[in-house]
Design a protein around this ligand. Structure first.
Ligand code: BES
Ligand code: ZN
Length: 915
């Protein structure tokens, strides 16, 4: 048995084909019992059955070779072998005799097992660390079919993974709900199984549940039997699928229903009393299913789709086949109290999870190394869907928010390649990160724009067709796209998925030539290794004047005359047109000046304005550009009104503010003035009160700008906010504080709150307690720690550990004001044991580290953090910790280079003087 310990993958001598699962959850005692019968195929002889199980106790286990299937399989083997060698009746009867003899030998010589066809294991052991269950038999199991039966018991845990309990209130009474979250590797906590994505099987489920509750699974109910307080629900057998996609939800639920154009029944389930809030997601789901059917050239594969809002949920949502589960904030939309940003979040998450029904569920990654295929693709295609449903949202510009998060993480030495080696189940969780999702989505976008939308779609449809109900690897996708496009997709894309990092492409004008060079971009400023095949797009003076080519070597040069780039001598040149490529660009000083003019004169698209800003910011952080040049560039955006560009401008302002506060605090006031002035202008244009029929993006923009002005302490904003907030306290339906303004108002209120003047804090807590809308609670939680008084920050952090805040929501308070940074770090150390016990087994623990640690900016801080975690790190957080400490060191370098920048004071004075 020992030989199975410490192995990353299960041995493959037995393959599951069909699971019959019966579960009996007890929602009061939070325990469950279950039985599973697995049809197996023994592919090579063995005395062991090795499968996954965790936190389960196994009561009985046995394997049976039903006379039908077992004899049949042996007979057919005998049949083929013997009939090839010899022919005739006599020989056949000899073969049958031998078969029967073999059956006897294999079934063991005990009288009991011989007659029943059942073998009991001689030894049953669970290796908790490896999460495997090993059954050892005293005889060799024969090649062929058998049925493994196991009875077991487990606990409905409170860790939001496996089979867990979530709680809600009904008529003032606290109730439990039983829910599953199996991805990546926790189906094994609910029933023993071959818990790997490539071990696909069909699932036939029955649940014994209290008669008055709703119980959902992947497939529709086909039979319902009532026995007093308990009912037994049998579900239709599923198509072949991976274990991580199996799901159950049992609770008191209400729903709204609609159907797609080809009759798939779609429902949104939620707590009783909230069903109207499900209507928007329902609408998006029905439209999106129709759209994906066309895009993938294949209908939705199941007879129904249920989407359920779960009150306690670790992630945003989970794409279980036919039964998608969501955090409430990602599914429910309340006309009166949800903001435009909440609406967009719902649409994005729904589209993402529904994309998985094809890409992930129907065609599944072979192993977690290819997780990015699932997540990167679903992320990309969710934008495609939303762009089609809501063109006015301009989601492809907003997509750049995804890209830059990928670029931020991948600019660290501690990043990892998209295709990442996974040795142990505990490492899987940490790779659900910005590399898999956001870099993944971005490189898919880059490829799609390189080979063209139509060709991309048709090749993709072929890929889905070829691998449906099966598994695929990254190479399989490239092969389909290569075949469809005739382009070297595999070679091109491997340079992006197998290497860590991405290039910065430098461009300069010299002697009628454009000289281009690529090298790995690293925030640390060091020069990394690597060479990418970069699809370069370049516009010169006009978007009609574009050239495209692949940059394969480290350097290249374009003769401006050859390429008809006459304007290049004087006009603007923009590389990475509309930011469809996953790389950064560094322009020489002359080109940078021309781009600034182009921005000021509004010649460039929003994505290009966004890209120029973000690249310059990154280069500045890496000490490759001066802060002066970044600030000079920022000045060109003084009339910016695009939501995505302005939001990034604000984010950059916050980061610069923090660095300057550490590096040259005496410049802080002037700097804040520099940031505030253009925001004030924008705020004046938009006004506080929403205009009738105004756009979704303007509604979001107003909230962003007012929030930023509040954070920067703009008095006029703080006054107006508090006036409106007072009205809101008196009347929650006041038109003075519609949902899109609330975050700004809450943040403003917290700016004037202190230990001596706590009323704002108390009022916000009251709103939190009174509201039963998760988005409202989220808004409050994420505002509390923006307070500049560390005492209040501490109080809010402590509040987040009380039973009033669900463990799923704690991350919302972790982004604290710059004044509260030290306090938050001390709080983290003081509460580490509790935090580690409560969140340590999930992915939320990484949020504590990245949010609280990363903003620090000195070498001493980095060392202090390293010391603290030296004895406290765990495998599930090791990667995040390393990355966060690297960020602290990068900040420290940045502070140093800002301190030694001579022209900074003059530049800033000049910039503010001309306001
Ligand atoms: N498959 C994931 C959920 C998941 C994440 C399971 C991590 C296990 C570990 C799901 O499809 C997903 O990606 N959810 C996202 C939302 C999405 C819109 C990016 C999430 O939960 O944040
Ligand atoms: Zn996903």
């Amino acid at each position: 048995m020992e030989q199975f310990k410490g192995q990353p993958r299960l041995p493959k001598f037995i393959v599951p084909e069909r699971y019959l699962i019966n579960l009996k959850p007890d929602l009061n005692s939070c325990k469950f019992s279950g039985a599973v019968a697995v049809d197996l195929n023994v592919v090579s002889e063995t005395r062991f059955i090795v499968l996954n199980a965790a936190n389960l106790s196994v009561n009985t286990a046995s394997i049976s070779f039903t006379p039908g299937s077992f004899t049949q399989s042996l007979q057919s083997r005998g049949n083929i072998t013997w009939s090839i060698l010899l022919a005739g009746q006599i020989i056949w009867s000899i073969a049958t005799t031998i078969s029967n003899l073999l059956i006897w030998l294999i079934r063991g010589n005990s009288e009991e097992s011989r007659s029943s066809g059942v073998l009991k294991p001689s030894k049953v052991e669970i290796f908790e660390e490896d999460e495997i269950l090993v059954l050892e038999f005293s005889e060799t199991l024969p090649v062929g079919h058998g049925v493994l039966a196991i009875e077991f018991e487990g606990v409905l845990n409170d860790k939001m993974k496996g089979f867990y309990r979530s709680t809600y209130e009904h008529n003032g009474e606290k109730k439990n709900m039983a829910v599953t979250q199996f991805e990546p590797a926790d189906a094994r906590q609910c029933f023993p199984c071959w818990d790997e994505p490539a071990c696909k099987a069909t699932f036939k489920i029955t649940l014994d549940v209290p008669s008055d509750l709703v119980a959902l699974s992947n497939m529709p109910v086909i039979e319902e039997k009532f026995r007093g307080q308990i009912k037994t629900l049998s579900y239709q057998e599923s198509p072949i699928m991976s274990t991580y996609l199996v799901a159950f939800v049992i609770g008191m639920l209400d729903y709204v229903e609609d159907h797609t154009s080809d009759g798939v029944k779609v429902r949104v389930y939620c707590q009783v009393g909230k069903k109207d809030q499900g209507k928007f997601a329902l609408h998006v789901a029905v439209k999106t299913l129709d759209l994906f059917k066309e895009y993938f050239d294949r209908p939705y594969p199941l007879p129904k789709l249920d989407m359920v809002a779960i009150p306690d949920f670790a992630f945003g949502a989970m794409e279980n086949y036919g039964l998608v589960t969501y955090r409430e904030t990602a599914l429910l939309y309340d006309d009166q109290n949800s903001a435009a940003a909440n609406k967009q979040r719902v649409a994005t998450v729904v589209a993402h999870e529904l994309a998985h029904q094809w890409f992930g569920n129907l065609v599944t990654m072979e192993w977690w190394t290819d997780l990015w295929l699932n997540e990167g693709f679903a992320t990309w295609v969710s934008y495609l869907a939303n762009d089609s449903l809501f063109p006015e949202w301009k989601v492809w510009t907003q997509f750049l928010d995804e890209s830059i998060e990928g670029l931020r993480l991948d600019g660290l030495e501690g990043s990892h390649p998209i295709e990442v080696e996974i040795q142990h189940a505990s490492q899987i969780q940490e790779i659900f990160d910005a590399i898999s999702y956001k870099k993944g989505a971005s490189v898919i976008r880059m490829l799609q724009s390189y080979i063209g939308a139509e060709c991309f779609q048709s090749s993709l449809a072929l890929y889905i067709k070829k691998h449906a109900f099966s598994n695929a690897k990254t190479e399989d996708l490239w092969a389909a796209l290569e075949e469809g496009s005739g382009e070297p997709v595999n070679r091109l894309m491997s340079s992006w998925t197998k290497q860590t990092g991405y290039p910065v492409v430098s461009i300069k004008v010299k002697d009628q030539k454009l000289e281009i060079q690529q090298s790995r971009f690293l925030y640390s400023g060091s020069h990394g290794e690597g060479r990418w095949i970069v699809p370069i797009t370049l516009c010169c003076s006009s978007y009609d004047n574009q050239i495209n080519f692949l940059l394969e070597s480290k350097t290249g040069a374009l003769d401006m005359n050859d390429f008809g780039l006459a304007e290049a001598a004087t006009g603007w040149i923009k590389l990475n047109v509309n930011q469809t490529g996953f790389f950064r660009v560094k322009y020489d000083e002359g080109l940078a000046v021309r781009l600034r003019h182009a921005i000021e004169n509004k010649y460039l698209t929003a994505p290009d304005r966004f890209g120029i800003l973000d690249d310059t910011f990154a280069l500045c952080m890496a000490s490759q550009e001066s802060l002066s040049s970044l600030l000079t560039l920022m000045k060109s955006y003084s009339e910016e009104l695009d939501f995505t560009v302005l939001s990034n401008l604000i984010t950059v302002s916050y980061k610069v503010e923090r660095i300057v506060a550490s590096a040259v605090p005496e410049l802080l006031n002037t700097l804040q003035l520099f940031f505030i002035t253009p925001l004030q202008n924008a705020a004046e244009t938009l006004g506080w009160q929403p205009k009738d029929g105004e756009s979704h993006l303007d509604a979001m923009l107003r909230g962003e700008i007012l929030t930023a002005l509040a954070v920067f302490g703009d008095d006029q904003t703080l006054n107006e906010a508090s006036r409106r907030f007072e009205e809101f306290l008196k009347d929650r339906n006041t038109p003075l504080l519609p949902p899109d303004l609330r975050k700004a108002a809450y943040v403003a209120v917290m700016q004037r709150t202190s230990a001596a003047n706590r009323s704002g804090y108390e009022s916000l807590l009251r709103i939190y307690r009174e509201s039963d809308l998760s988005q409202e609670k989220t808004r409050v939680l994420s505002s509390l720690t923006s307070c500049p008084d560390p005492m209040i920050v501490l109080e809010a952090l402590d509040f987040s550990l009380t039973s009033e805040v669900r463990t799923q929501d704690v991350a919302l308070v972790l982004n604290v004001s710059k004044e509260g940074r030290e306090t938050a770090w001390k709080w983290l150390k003081d509460n580490w044991e509790h935090i580690s016990n409560t969140w340590g087994s999930g992915y939320l623990i990484t949020r504590f580290i990245s949010s609280i640690v990363s903003p620090f900016s000195s070498i001493e801080d980095a060392e202090d953090i390293e010391d603290f975690f030296a004895s406290r790190t765990k495998p599930s957080m090791a990667r995040t910790l390393k990355q966060s400490i690297e960020r602290v060191r990068i900040n420290a370098n940045w502070v140093q280079s800002v301190q030694t920048e001579d022209q900074l004071v003059d530049t800033l004075n000049n910039l503010t003087y001309y306001h």
